[in-house]
Design a binder for this molecule. Structure first.
Ligand code: AMP
Length: 576
């Protein structure tokens, strides 16, 4: 095997990227390119236009940021006051900042100058930075156009333009602004368009502005229905900050025989391993930064059952085949459907039921949707157990352990040693009180760490269209996180939404897509109007806009769901 020049993972070293970039990726702990990166980077470095269908979470930011940096470095150092070489248009302020941070991280050693440009921030400061000279501008369309109007943004020297999340920008009413900006870029400027969906209007914009583009779509895995693994697949929508606690709780409730938690980077593996150990789990790390000997030792412990929890990167876990593995946990939504399929293929073997758990940050929900669509797997979105659920579960475990001990004839003799203790205490206290104190001690001795803080409940809500579009005022737009996932307190529905009760659930094989299909097929609503969906064993709860609730109810009453008539009404518990 060829040895790469740097200590970057071989997958990256094969891409036409400079050492400085490979070093940055190695430092960040990226072990191999994601599919979109592997496919897009060579074409983009070559200067081709590109039309890519990819959602957040696929690694698309690096797929365009690395070529921007590579091409920038090829052009050599730019003088003070130079005009931007690359422009990235994004729908929101938050994404502008995220993309800037990414470009900055990857281009640290190249001394790249990046500037986020969005509404709601004093324009004077942006103008001064632009005057000093920047290499890459990451802007929301409204504010970019504002600068163009003022003559403070000069696109004459642009060699690369990226439209990121084009469908989002269209949904937010930026189509005209984008067209106006594209008018200003040089004819020979390389143009790249990424979009999670490819509706005709995006195709039209692409055909009008891209020249002979390379088309890339994350490959869809076709699957034989007979091969459907015996795996219970669930997903949980969790804000990033609460993910370690969420994993901890899920592991508490699931008590896996053996589990692998997949992370994206070495750093993430180390941090999560530490967090889980801090919560009383015994987790071991497995990643490419460890020596072969260390890795073999960890795998050996997992195989022999000495360890039951390993936190790993994909690369380190490659080829790993553990017979008794019961759980696969995706700490992030995998970057492509086939990666998901591959990971969950590790459980549910030999007729044993396996469990696949995926944590989804609100911004990653489209990636989950595309995995569902590509694989046709049923992945149910469920709620993270609450502190009360966890307490109840731990009490159950303590109670089960006590029952087992009481039923165990061999343990009877051992227990006799303690009779004198109980009898003595019983002279002084009520026997029930003695039992309570003993159970409490046994419970506490199990060493479980109790969470103090509830994990906020987040529902995957359809994006709301931004109507009041004021040019150059991106700051007033809803933030990504707010649009992608509304936080709900308790069971309150999101504003303007009503929860409907539908008398068919998991038992009737109802999946979220069946409900969305029935509602959009029978009423005026579109998929994006439908809010949080929850599927229980015997019923489902679906949020729809209050104004359309009656129509949806009467429409659904006249149709069947999964071939059956089901009761439909407003949910009695709905307080929204
Ligand atoms: P994106 O789809 O661009 O929003 O990226 C999603 C996340 O994946 C970001 O946190 C990136 O830092 C991370 N990421 C991107 N590429 C890789 C890679 N090749 N290996 C590991 N993590 C990555």
């Amino acid at each position: 095997m060829a040895t790469p020049a740097t200590d970057a993972a071989p997958g990256f070293a094969e891409l036409p990227l400079r050492e400085e970039l490979l070093d940055a990726l190695a430092r960040l702990g990226y072990e191999e390119p994601t599919p979109i990166q592997r496919e897009a980077i060579p074409h983009l470095v070559e200067g081709r236009d590109l039309l890519g269908q990819a959602a957040t979470g696929t690694g698309k930011t690096a797929a365009f940021a690395l070529p921007i940096l590579q091409r920038m470095a090829e052009q050599g150092e730019q003088p003070e006051g130079s005009t931007p070489m690359a422009l990235v248009l994004v729908p929101t302020r938050e994404l502008a900042v995220q993309v800037c941070e990414a470009v900055h991280r990857y281009g640290r050693d190249l001394g790249v100058r990046v500037l986020p440009v969005y509404g709601g921030q004093p324009i004077g400061r942006q103008i001064r930075s632009l005057e000093r000279g920047v290499d890459v501008v990451v802007a929301t369309p409204g504010r970019a156009l504002d600068h163009l109007g003022r003559g403070t943004l000069d696109l004459a020297g642009l060699t690369m333009t990226v439209l990121d999340e084009a469908d989002e920008m269209f949904d937010m009413g930026f189509a005209e602004d984008i067209e106006a900006i594209l008018e200003e870029i040089p004819d020979d400027c390389q143009t790249v368009l990424f979009s999670a969906t490819m509706p005709p209007r995006i195709e039209r914009m692409a055909s009008g502005n891209l020249t002979d583009p390379v088309r890339i779509q994350i490959a869809r895995e076709t699957r034989d229905v007979d091969e459907a693994p015996l795996v219970r697949q669930t997903a949980y929508v969790v804000p990033r900050a609460h993910k370690p606690a969420a994993i901890g709780r899920l592991l508490d409730v699931e008590s896996p025989t053996a589990a692998i938690v997949f992370c994206r980077t070495r750093e993430e593996v180390d941090q999560l391993t530490e967090a889980l150990n801090g919560r009383g789990h015994r987790a071991e790390a497995l990643h490419g930064g460890m020596s072969q000997e260390q890795r073999d030792r960890t795998l050996g412990r997992l195989r022999s059952g000495t360890t039951d929890l390993v936190v790993a990167t994909d690369v380190a876990a490659r080829g790993l085949d553990i017979e008794h593995l019961s759980h696969v946990v995706n700490y992030n939504v995998p970057s492509a459907p086939d990666s998901y399929v591959h990971r969950i293929g590790r459980v549910g073997r030999a007729g044993r039921e396996g469990v696949a758990i995926t944590l989804v940050e609100p911004r990653e929900h489209r990636m989950l949707k595309s995995i569902r669509r590509a694989t046709d797997y049923t992945i149910t979105v469920e709620k993270i157990p609450t502190i009360a659920d966890i307490r109840a579960r731990r009490l159950e475990l303590t109670s089960a352990a006590l029952r087992e001990s009481l039923l165990d004839d061999d343990a009877e003799d051992d227990r006799e040693h303690f009779r004198v203790v109980v009898e003595t205490l019983a002279d002084e206290f009520d026997v029930m009180e003695v039992a309570l104190a003993a159970v409490k001690l046994a419970h506490e001795a199990s060493g479980a760490v109790e969470d103090e803080e509830e994990i906020p409940e987040v529902s995957i809500k359809p994006e709301q269209k931004d109507k009041g579009r004021a040019r150059g005022d991106g700051g007033k737009r809803p933030q990504r996180g707010e649009r992608d996932g509304q936080q709900r307190g308790g069971r309150r529905t999101a504003g303007g939404m009503t929860r409907l009760f539908i008398g068919a659930g998991r038992g009737a094989k109802v999946r979220p897509q069946d409900l969305v299909g029935a509602i959009t097929g029978e009423s005026e609503l579109r998929g994006r109007d439908i809010g949080h969906i929850e599927i229980a064993e015997r019923f489902s709860l679906v949020e729809v806009p209050e104004a359309a609730a009656d129509d949806v109810i009467s429409a659904l009453k006249n149709t069947t769901i999964k071939g059956r008539k089901a009761a439909v009404r407003r949910d009695a518990k709905d307080v929204g």
